[in-house]
Design a protein around this ligand. Structure first.
Ligand code: HEC
Length: 163
């Protein structure tokens, strides 16, 4: 009973898009669910989480851990929603990158939540997270001729048969 309440609360917080995507993924017998978490959603989320994570790292370097934790929390929340995109495209490595980066953000948050923060430990976690961002970008992102970056579309095309 209680876990349902918690689950509904969590779903409510994640918003309607996640809720609908979750429902679609459970309908295993029907046709493929309509991709509700689109490439545009992914691009928009990346555009906001990028500056949040960068600001968190800057605040960390300045020793302002409170500000760093605040920006990090936003980046974490934003990044976590993107897992839906990789689930819909059945990309286990993409799912893994998101999970690893989110876990690294939790480690970073914990390292900044103690009385005597060790800046080197915290920076190490920040570098780990950045490395995971970069690993996914190396596979799934390409420069956009119009500026900035875009999804490498051919990397998320449906596969003929699952390996
Ligand atoms: C699982 C894959 C994945 C992970 C993990 C990931 N990204 Fe991205 N990111 C992408 C893809 C794909 C794009 C290109 C989407 C687009 O912009 O259209 C992108 C684009 C971006 C952009 C450029 C947005 C633009 O077009 O101007 C920034 C900034 C960014 N990511 C930051 C980050 C940061 C910071 C992290 C780690 C905390 C991160 N990303 C983690 C896949 C990922």
């Amino acid at each position: 009973m209680r876990s349902w309440v918690v689950r509904d609360l969590a779903l409510g917080l994640c918003g309607a898009a996640m809720l609908l995507a979750g429902t679609g993924l459970r309908a295993q017998d029907g046709p493929k669910p309509y991709p509700i978490y689109t490439a545009d959603h992914l691009a928009g989320t990346m555009e906001t989480l990028g500056p949040n994570f960068a600001a968190a790292v800057r605040a960390l370097e300045a020793g302002d851990y409170l500000a760093a934790k605040e920006r990090l929390a936003r980046a974490r929340e934003q990044l976590a929603t993107t897992i839906t995109f990789w689930r819909q495209h059945e990309r286990a490595d993409g799912i893994g990158f998101v999970r690893t980066a989110v876990r690294g953000m939790d480690d970073l948050d914990a390292a900044m939540s103690v009385d005597a923060v060790d800046p080197e430990t915290a920076s190490g976690f920040a570098a780990d997270v950045q490395a995971t961002c970069n690993a996914c970008h190396a596979i799934y992102r390409e420069p956009d001729p119009d500026g900035g970056f875009r999804l490498k579309v051919e990397a998320v095309e449906p596969r003929e048969s699952a390996p």
